[in-house]
Design a protein around this ligand. Structure first.
Ligand SMILES: CC(C)(COP(=O)(O)OP(=O)(O)OC[C@H]1O[C@@H](n2cnc3c(N)ncnc32)[C@H](O)[C@@H]1OP(=O)(O)O)[C@@H](O)C(=O)NCCC(=O)NCCS
Length: 234
């Protein structure tokens, strides 16, 4: 599969459409992946992990000269999977009945999807995890618009921390993905942060109404292309 320098290929998968293929999918997973899958307590988590991983292997095999089962994942200290000595970078996210996979030539690539869940506690959660700027942004909205904007901020923040790969060790209050006047996404860091917003692109992706997904990449020039996954996976 051709992937140009600034291209990011985005694949979107509906988990429940593929549960019947799980026995075949399991054949391409590694021993460690099968062990991890079998440890999930809830069937929906088992299905989501197994189907997402199988799609990840199948999709990546289009870009590298290996069969899906031959791909060997390495992991950073914080658990971000990558392929050693490969130009191909990727990130995956799953939530509810959906999985999203981003493939690029840039090491700092992150993606996040969340099923939108209404809750009376969103402002309380925001006060715990979001920056001051983001809380002010969110409080500008009428009640019914808070939920969608909460998940826009959440997925942008997650996509960013997944792009840098630090996971939960990165302080979520130390950076903002909005400004106070209603612009989103706008990346900024507080004064104490050693990071710079230069060379980052953040984007809210196209999603169905009950999901929100976002993307972050360590590049100032990005060309997002929504791709269909290989027919052979069905
Ligand atoms: C693991 C984490 C990176 C993402 O978790 P998540 O949002 O629950 O799950 P997602 O489905 O989006 O992502 C999981 C996938 O990301 C990848 N991943 C794992 N660790 C990663 C890391 N450190 N960096 C980037 N990607 C990572 C894996 O492919 C994983 O898929 P797998 O479980 O099939 O192996 C971590 O950041 C986390 O737990 N975040 C929650 C933080 C939070 O409380 N945020 C508050 C609001 S902003």
């Amino acid at each position: 599969m051709k992937l140009n320098c600034n291209d990011v290929h985005i694949y979107r998968i509906i988990i429940s459409e593929h549960t019947g293929s799980i026995p075949q999918f399991k054949n391409i997973l590694s021993g460690d992946e099968i062990k991890k899958a079998d440890r999930f307590k809830f069937t929906k988590d088992f299905q989501s992990y197994t189907i997402s991983r199988s799609f990840l292997r199948n999709i990546l095999s289009q870009y590298i000269n290996l069969n899906p089962a031959e791909i060997k994942f390495s992991y950073t200290e914080t658990g971000k999977p990558f392929i050693e000595n490969s130009k191909i970078h990727f990130n995956l996210s799953h939530s509810g009945d959906r999985c999203i996979i981003a493939v690029s030539l840039t090491a700092g690539t992150g993606v996040d999807i969340e099923k939108v869940r209404d809750s009376e506690d969103l402002i309380i959660i925001a006060e715990r995890y979001f920056s001051e700027t983001e809380i002010i942004y969110l409080k500008n909205f009428q009640e019914k618009e808070v939920t969608n904007n909460f998940f826009r901020i959440w997925t942008l923040k997650e996509a960013f921390i997944k792009a840098i790969g630090e996971g939960l060790s990165f302080r979520l209050k130390d950076f903002s993905v909005t400004d106070r006047t209603g612009n989103i996404p706008v990346l900024s860091f507080n004064n104490t942060s050693s990071h710079s917003e230069k060379n980052w692109s953040l984007q809210i992706l196209e999603s169905e109404s009950d999901y929100v997904s976002s993307f972050a990449i360590n590049s100032d020039n990005v060309n997002i292309i929504y791709k269909k996954y290989p027919a052979a996976i069905n």
